[in-house]
Design a protein around this ligand. Structure first.
Ligand code: ATP
Ligand code: MG
Length: 422
């Protein structure tokens, strides 16, 4: 096995020539062993940070407190970290202090899973004291050392466990899994940002359904730092539909579908996404889809109001949300069955929307006031209106009428309609 990266080879060679030990470590070795594309390259060395700095013309002290120096080359940047062991863990997350050591095996020992605890030298020789390659060959994810202790030191590892098990399609080794079940309550010590980041990577990964099933089985979601008002166990009732999530591309569609299956009001979802520290943009994109679904669901089967509610809702929630909802419904429709309000929606309004929703969208001349053929300025100059809530309402009224196809989006006609409505 070889990592074909000239920059990395150069860094390893330079450190070795200077008399230090240096290895590729962590995820890049794992991915090389699996013959998967390599993301970031991490290097571990016996050289102390100042010795690393002395070996290269350009470096940045990115993580000196952890012994990490970033080496800057034309080929890219490389994180070089001095062999270390983690002295004490504090607050069930990250060690309170680090101690530099000269032994690679000790450094590998502090790492979370056997597959992440391998190193490779510049000649492609793999150092694998915890049999990570064997576990990978067996398709097994196993903690380095005593799993219960390792999850106790750093509770985030439990979420990493589920992420790796799902994205790499691995079986969690039995004692590792038992330890995870036992230590699950410790997750409450982990900041929601970290939880959210792991969850996003799971759901955005190649096997979101497997991640959801493992999460449910682990009961980790019952032990978040902030209790979320989300009945995650409802996913069990939609178990067959979970597999369809991977048919959706992009995390917004996937989250929208998973959260839709929980069948709680869109506003509750919005608050939960905030508690999970989703960015405003991510949160709103997901929420808008659910809000639109909720608005449309009120109509059930009558196609006449459905068209109206769909068009008005699409303008309110935005074209992106409307198209996302159609993608979700296409994927979800086969899974209706006897499962409450959402299932009823899938049986009634959804087929009509899947059939006609897109055509209805293409009939909408403009999705926002910005694209309306008249503005507040026109209303001021032509009708003598003052800017203010009245004017806002009038513009909304005009947008609604163009949305419903009652009048075209043309300046003269809109002015006429404005005069009539005033
Ligand atoms: P990916 O980048 O795909 O998430 P990775 O294995 O590279 O996978 P990183 O978070 O980049 O994960 O960490 C690099 C390495 O550092 C890991 O391979 C592992 O050896 C070690 N590591 C990271 N986080 C932890 C942790 N919480 N506990 C123990 N070791 C860890
Ligand atoms: Mg990495």
């Amino acid at each position: 096995i070889l990592v074909e990266d000239r920059g990395a080879s150069y860094v390893l060679a330079k450190l070795t020539e200077a008399g230090y030990e240096a290895y590729l470590v962590g995820g890049c070795v794992r991915d090389a062993v699996l013959d998967r594309p390599i993301k970031d390259i991490d290097i571990a060395t016996s050289a102390l940070p100042e010795q690393v700095i002395a070996c290269f013309p350009r470096t940045a002290p990115t993580g000196l407190q952890h012994g990490t120096v970033t080496v800057i080359l034309q080929q890219g940047t490389y994180e070089v970290t001095t062999f270390r062991k983690e002295a004490e863990y504090e607050g069930f997350r990250r060690p309170a202090s680090v101690a530099y050591i000269s032994d690679l095996t000790e450094d590998l020992k502090r790492r979370d899973f056997t597959m992440n605890a391998m190193a490779m030298d510049g000649d492609g020789v793999v150092v694998d004291p915890f049999a990570g390659q064997k576990d990978l060959a067996l398709g097994v994810l196993r903690c380095v050392g005593k799993a219960e202790e390792r999850f106790g030191e750093d509770a985030l590892r439990m979420l990493r466990c589920i992420r790796f098990a799902s994205t790499y399609e691995l079986q969690v080794e039995e004692s590792t899994w038992q330890a995870l079940l036992a230590q699950a309550p410790l997750l409450r010590h982990i900041a929601m940002e970290r939880v959210r980041s792991e969850l996003q990577r799971m759901i955005d990964g190649p096997a979101p359904a497997r991640a959801v099933r493992l999460l449910l089985a682990s009961r980790l979601t019952a032990h978040l730092k902030k209790q979320l008002p989300l009945p995650f166990e409802r996913w069990l009732a939609w178990d067959d539909a979970l597999d369809a999530v991977s048919a959706l591309e992009g995390q917004h569609d996937r989250w929208a579908m998973l959260l839709m299956l929980l069948e709680v009001p869109a506003d509750v979802i919005r608050t939960a996404l905030q508690e999970l520290t989703f960015s405003r943009a991510d949160g709103d994109a997901v929420w808008a889809v659910l809000a639109l679904r909720e608005a449309v669901a009120a109509t059930h089967s009558d196609p006449a109001p459905l068209e109206r509610v769909w068009k008005l809702g699409a303008v309110r929630s935005g074209e992106a949300a409307a198209r996302a909802l159609l993608r979700l419904l296409r994927v979800l429709q086969p899974y209706a069955g006897q499962r409450g309000e959402l299932a009823l929606f899938l049986d009634t309004a959804a087929p009509e929307l899947v059939r006609r929703g897109e055509a209805w969208l293409s009939e909408i001349p403009c999705f926002s006031l910005k694209h309306l053929a008249i503005s507040g300025k026109d209303l001021a100059s032509e009708l003598g209106l003052q800017p203010g809530p009245e004017m806002g309402k009038l513009l909304e009224h005009l947008l609604e009428r163009t949305t419903l196809g009652e009048i075209p989006n043309e300046r003269e006609i809109l002015l006429q309609a404005a005069r009539a409505a005033k």
